[in-house]
Design a protein around this ligand. Structure first.
Ligand code: NI
Length: 217
């Protein structure tokens, strides 16, 4: 099987596996991360095959829905790629990226060991900000029965992994606890540029939100 056939098969596999997932980590999240990763990767000196496989498989067993077991994702990805007879070196690289790609609260920031990993991490973080980020954040907040906003509950910027997972604060707080911090966490120059644009979209959105909250036009 050649590389583009492997990508195609992996796309179908992930799409089947994630169908029905509607909390923001559905197939279309994967699709966007894959597109972001390709966009960034084309401007960086990376192995685009590794980048694409890791982007497609990065949420195959998301930690938020697996009681925090970080080994399930890499294991499923490995078994899948082994079934396609992908070279061991590539499988190991992809599995390592999947293991480290998840952001787990502002208290714990993982540095990716390879540029391919940095691109996938950037691509995933880009999908959490901007217009898409806003939509996903409210969708996830609704899934968790959170209030959209409560002026009496202030955001907490520094959180442990546990605090972040058990956070029940209003959705707007999530912008201050995570989303507005992501721009400065981008690894690559290419992603930083895209992030700046998306960051501005969120700032404009929040300004309007607070204005409307107080009945201003
Ligand atoms: Ni993701």
């Amino acid at each position: 099987m050649n590389q583009s056939e492997i990508i195609e098969k992996t796309k179908e596999y992930v799409q089947n596996k994630l169908s029905g997932e509607n909390s923001g980590h559905d197939w279309w999240h994967i699709y966007r991360v894959w597109k972001n990763a390709l966009n960034i990767g084309q401007h960086e000196n990376v192995d685009l095959f590794v980048v694409q496989l890791a982007a497609l498989l990065h949420d195959i067993a998301d930690w938020k829905f697996n009681d925090g077991d970080l080994d399930i994702g890499p294991k499923i990805a490995r078994e899948w790629l082994e079934s396609l007879e992908v070279e061991e070196e590539i499988i190991a690289h992809v599995a390592q990226i999947i293991k480290e790609a998840s952001f787990k609260g502002a208290g714990e920031i993982k540095k990716m060991p390879t540029l391919e990993g940095e691109v996938v991490q950037d691509a995933d973080r880009l999908d959490a900000i901007g217009a898409i980020g806003i939509a996903r954040t409210f969708a996830y907040g609704g899934h968790k029965n959170r209030e959209i906003y409560n002026p009496n509950i202030k955001p907490e910027e520094k959180q442990s992994v546990e605090q972040y997972k058990n956070n029940t604060s209003p959705t707007i707080n999530h912008f201050y606890e995570k989303l507005l911090l992501l721009k400065d966490l981008m690894n690559t120059k290419t992603a930083r540029k895209i992030a700046e644009k998306r960051h501005k979209t969120m700032e404009e959105y929040l300004n309007t939100f607070f204005q409307e909250w107080e009945g201003k036009d």
